[in-house]
Design a protein around this ligand. Structure first.
Ligand SMILES: Nc1ncnc2c1ncn2[C@@H]1O[C@H](COP(=O)(O)OP(=O)(O)OP(=O)(O)O)[C@@H](O)[C@H]1O
Length: 279
């Protein structure tokens, strides 16, 4: 893998801090662009917002050993749907999500993700950067030469979609974790992102914040029909909001498809997992 490509979460956050902007994570700025469109019949040809074909990803250790992390991962996610990415700890969910976001470069395979795409981190403090909610959501519009009126309208719609319009003038540091997540999602929406890649947003949230964030994503997809979301989670109860899901084990996509089918599959296999992973 090329040295310039980041490989650890810390590295990615560092890149964000050095650039002092979050735009690379919110908009269509890929950190790699060397993946060929192999064949339109295979990748990117249909109405899929997210596709990967036989993605492999390995890590080079210091002693020159290659550790395979992802193995032949293929999936297709239709446009406008809300999908979950599930699997036991360490199976490769975050790595796959980062490849789809363009934050990591696969060792081989093909990726097509509709753009602009946006990656929302588990910890919203890593991408909510301005003092007030309104200023934060407007942040990414700075380069677009919009009038104040146009900016206000866009910010207002994005905050309405995530149920945060009443917090327009609030100081960001006074918000709860879930409210910050929703502001981060509004920041992605205001830039008209077509694909939201959401990495375990609810892990550290209490139940009401958790439901608030997941409903915000669902409302967003209902209101912006061409936005697609892929949500990494450990919480099986969140599947009730999903149209479909991708289930991984040991670096492989074991199954992907309709949410109820994946739910049945996981339930049937539950007993073989480490206690607590899916409880
Ligand atoms: N930079 C790295 N160096 C070495 N191993 C890594 C690196 N990044 C990821 N891994 C390993 O790759 C595997 C997949 O990691 P990943 O974070 O994608 O899994 P995950 O399914 O998201 O896990 P979790 O559910 O615990 O968040 C893990 O075994 C992890 O230890």
């Amino acid at each position: 893998m090329d040295k310039e490509f980041v490989s650890k979460e810390e590295d990615i956050l560092l890149v964000g801090r050095i650039m002092n902007i979050r735009a690379p994570f919110r908009a269509s700025v890929p950190l790699y662009s060397n993946l060929p469109a192999r064949n339109n019949n295979v990748v990117g040809a249909d109405n899929f917002a997210i596709e990967s074909h036989r993605i492999n990803y390995s890590i080079n250790t210091e002693n020159g050993k290659l550790i395979p992390i992802l193995k032949d991962c293929s999936l297709k996610i239709p446009s406008g749907q809300f999908w979950m990415l599930l699997g036991p700890n360490g199976c490769g969910k975050s790595t796959l999500l980062k490849i789809l976001a363009g934050l990591l470069c696969p060792t081989d395979g093909f990726v097509h993700v509709r753009k602009p795409r946006s990656f929302v981190f588990q910890n919203p403090d890593h991408q909510v950067v301005m003092p007030t909610v309104e200023a934060d959501v407007a942040f990414g519009l700075g380069l677009l030469n919009l009038t104040d009126e146009e900016t206000k309208l866009k910010v207002s719609k994005a905050l309405t979609d995530v149920g945060m319009h009443d917090y327009l003038q609030r100081q960001v540091q006074t918000l709860s974790g879930g409210q910050k997540q929703r502001v981060a999602i509004a920041g992605a929406l205001v830039e008209e992102c077509k694909v939201l890649l959401l990495d375990e947003l609810t892990t550290f949230l209490d139940e009401s914040d958790q439901i608030g964030v997941i409903k915000a994503v669902k409302n967003t997809l209902n209101s912006c029909k061409d936005v697609t979301a892929l949500w990494v989670t450990h919480r099986l109860e969140e599947m009730e909001y999903a149209d479909g899901a991708v289930y991984m084990e040991n670096g492989r996509v074991v199954m992907h498809g309709e949410a109820s089918m994946i739910m049945d599959f996981i339930e049937a296999r539950k007993a073989s997992y480490t206690k607590g992973i899916y409880s």
